[in-house]
Design a protein around this ligand. Structure first.
Ligand SMILES: [Zn+2]
Length: 406
């Protein structure tokens, strides 16, 4: 039997997946299950089922506990009925997002203040939780529950392994975490807590013309933009994904200068049919050059330049889009392997560089009309887009002539 590497646990915690922590060697260890409070969702808490049925430990580092004015004996609200998974997940996320004194703490959360220095000072499950969260670059506020069977008996080693296997929760030991921290401290490679690129701020169900989707709004900490993840169904191991760049003219106004509107429609339809996610990237207007420069480039195109040369004539890059936030959102959603709906090979390369595995490139040729076929031909011939021979011509032939051509 083997435990998971610490790096697997860090990746899981960032993705909102619980991690099983044991003391040392499996045969004589008790196990607990830990989670980053900021990633707590109703689904995760529900999947943690009876492990968190009663009280939940709330491990925090000493500095964060001071900010929250949280002590092991902080007064709590009186127990109330109805603390279900949704309420608990909300409370955990709210506490992780708080940077001032907590006005009150829910009765089912038990503050656990980690020792200064973490597992190198005290090899406990509280310290392990806080250390793992810090190494993952997450807010050092966790959720922790002891793993016991429904009859209250400690889980046996084979049961811990079976649980890890069944749920796909990594299982790590505190002994390995101590070794990991020592090794990274002595060779100077302890990774500085990496600021997170995005964080989930809101989610709601939205019915659309293409079906009913879960809309998740993320804040991009680098650009300040709000991006959307539009999800249908359960996200599978090899999720169908469209990373779509905002295009006001094409999507809101039905501009026929580009195919963004029909592409978004087709992507939403495909995601609704097959399940998956559309990552909608704000701030990508005009392949990242902005609305004003996009219209300037259109103006040059009226004088005969193609879409690539118009950008270059303005001293702008052909493509200024950065997909870092898209990759971070997919990682937060637990999506690693993607079947990417795109004609753009460069997008495949960028997302691959950002750590995603693109297992398939699924072409998306729609919305071809007399006003944009030259634009599409340029993208195919000069910008590495994959559009199968004959598809452009076939799609053009199938498109009725535009009635409101510019
Ligand atoms: Zn467009």
């Amino acid at each position: 039997m083997s435990l998971s590497p610490i790096s697997d646990a860090l990746h899981a915690l960032r993705a909102g997946t619980p991690v099983i922590v044991i003391d040392d060697e499996l045969r004589e260890s008790e196990g607990s299950v830990v989670l980053a409070a900021e990633t707590a969702t109703t689904e995760t808490l529900a999947s943690m089922g009876h492990w968190m049925g009663g009280l939940i430990g709330l491990p925090v580092c000493p500095q964060h506990a001071a900010v929250l004015q949280l002590t092991p004996t902080s007064p709590s609200l009186a127990p109330a009925a109805g603390a279900d998974a949704e309420i608990r997940a909300e409370a955990l996320r709210a506490i992780a997002a708080t940077d001032s004194a907590l006005e009150h703490r829910p009765w089912y959360l038990v503050p656990l203040i980690a020792a200064e220095g973490g597992v190198t000072a005290r090899a406990g499950h509280t310290e392990a939780t806080v250390d793992l969260l810090k190494l993952a670059g997450l807010t050092p506020v966790g959720a922790l529950a002891e793993l016991v069977a429904r009859d209250g008996q400690t889980l046996r080693p084979d049961e811990l392994l079976a649980l890890s296997d069944e749920r796909d929760w990594p299982i790590v030991s505190i002994a390995d975490l101590v070794a990991y921290r020592r090794q990274h401290a002595t060779d100077g490679s302890e990774p500085a807590p990496r600021p997170r690129r995005v964080s989930l701020r809101a989610e709601a169900t939205v019915p659309t013309n293409h079906g009913t989707f879960r809309f998740l709004a993320f804040k991009d900490h680098v650009t300040g933009m709000d991006h959307l993840a539009i999800v249908s169904g359960e996200l599978s191991d090899t999720a169908l994904v469209r990373v779509h760049s905002e295009c006001l003219t094409g999507e809101a106004f039905g501009s026929q200068k580009c195919e963004c509107g029909p592409q978004l429609d087709a992507a939403l339809q495909a995601i609704n049919d097959a399940g998956g996610v559309v990552i909608y990237m704000r701030g990508h207007e005009g392949r990242g050059i902005g609305l004003i420069n996009k219209l300037r480039a259109y103006s040059l195109q009226e004088m005969g330049l193609d879409t690539l040369d118009a950008n270059l004539a303005l001293g702008l890059p052909a493509d200024a889009r950065d997909y870092g936030a898209a990759a971070a959102m997919l990682q937060d959603l637990g999506v690693q392997n993607v079947r990417l709906l795109t004609n753009n090979s460069n997008k495949v390369a960028q997302l691959t560089d950002l750590g995603l595995t693109v297992v398939e490139q699924v072409p998306l040729v729609v919305g071809v009309g007399p006003n944009n076929h030259v634009y599409l031909e340029t993208k195919r011939d000069r910008m590495g887009h994959i559009i199968a021979d004959g598809r452009l011509e076939a799609a053009m032939a199938a498109t009725p002539p535009s009635t409101d051509a510019e």
